[in-house]
Design a protein around this ligand. Structure first.
Ligand code: NAP
Length: 296
């Protein structure tokens, strides 16, 4: 018999993920803070819950996909949270991107009630969530990971066990640091070309083919040229992830100078009222420094 799954947080990522789980035949209970967002899934056959506690009572595995560390703490450990409806043997999988330290704290609290936790943040965006092609980076007890693998396979293609609790989140933060610096590199290269009078379409074509090529260059470079700032992955989410990465690095007494610089560039973009735009809007900070746009 398939495990009963509970899903908390039906946002841009959570809703299509929950849908896939339902379509794969798992009995599903859902909860979302803004209740109307549950309607679509309830129409498809999911059970709507009254609270995270209610979700826990009706599930064998509860997945959380909310925004930040305090949000996961609230839905798991807060009033009417998962922990209040938990019993020995329940599994919690947190797929949000949050702090590795907070993850370990939550896992410890849950363990006192006999609940096992996995941290399983993802990359691949809303398209990956819809198509079931997410990359999932997992931390927590290995036997629990193996037990949950069939569920992960419904959601993702590259599923990697990284070690004990917190290691999934740590992997995701490393990923975000590399992505952020890549975006900055694309902005600076394109602006140099613009200022020097190059044909930017040609520049993109030439550099994409060589050692400067990257996912960011291929996917965000053309959008920067067209000033297409539709998200994708939002500036506000990238800022959250860099805050988590920098705070985690400072606990490890590790300087991340490039990451700190990109964080400040993205802050400037946010200050322009563009926090809800995609990360390609990072070019706007570069344009402010250059005193011109890419286009002239
Ligand atoms: P989103 O569309 O903003 O959805 C956030 C969800 O969390 C909503 O359902 C929201 O409920 C819920 N929520 C937030 N705070 C809450 C709280 N305190 N109590 C209860 N519910 C709360 O965000 P998303 O894009 O789905 O992202 C979710 C997570 O995935 C984030 O950690 C993000 O960094 C990560 N992620 C996102 C992407 C992406 O491309 N979007 C890619 C990889 C990873 P309401 O509906 O009531 O607001």
């Amino acid at each position: 018999m398939k495990m009963r799954v509970g899903f908390i947080g039906l946002g841009v990522m959570g809703k299509p993920m929950a849908k896939r789980i339902l379509e794969a035949g798992y009995p599903l209970t859902v909860w979302n803070r803004t209740r109307w967002k549950m309607e679509e899934l309830v129409k498809l056959g999911a059970q709507g819950a009254e609270s995270p506690k209610d979700v826990a009572e009706k599930s064998d595995v509860v997945i959380t996909m909310v925004t930040d560390s305090p949000d996961v703490e609230e839905v798991v450990l807060g009033p009417s949270g998962v922990i209040e409806g938990a019993r020995e043997g329940l599994i919690l999988i947190d797929m949000s991107t949050i702090s590795p330290e907070v993850t370990r704290r939550i896992a410890k609290k849950l363990a006192e009630k006999g609940v096992k936790m996995l941290d399983a943040p993802v990359r691949g965006g809303d398209i990956g969530a819809k198509q079931g092609t997410l990359s999932i980076m997992v931390g927590g007890p290995k036997d629990v990971f193996e037990k949950c693998l069939p569920i992960f396979k419904v959601l993702g293609k590259r599923i990697t066990y990284m070690g004990p609790n917190g290691m999934g989140q740590t992997t995701k933060l490393c990923n975000q640091v590399i992505c952020a610096l890549n975006i900055q590199a694309v902005c600076e290269g394109l602006m140099l070309g613009a200022k020097a009078g190059l044909d930017l379409e040609k520049l993109l074509k030439v550099v994409t083919a060589g050692a400067a090529g990257s996912w960011m260059l291929s996917n965000l470079g053309p959008k920067m040229l067209k000033r297409d700032f539709k998200p994708g992955f939002k500036i506000s989410h990238q800022l959250k992830d860099l805050r988590l990465a920098l705070s985690f690095a400072s606990q490890l007494r590790l300087p991340l100078p490039g990451t700190a610089l990109v964080q400040q560039m993205l802050r400037a973009v946010e200050a322009e009222g563009l926090g809800d735009k995609g990360t390609q809007a990072a070019i706007v900070a570069m344009e402010k420094l250059a005193g011109r746009t890419l286009q002239g």
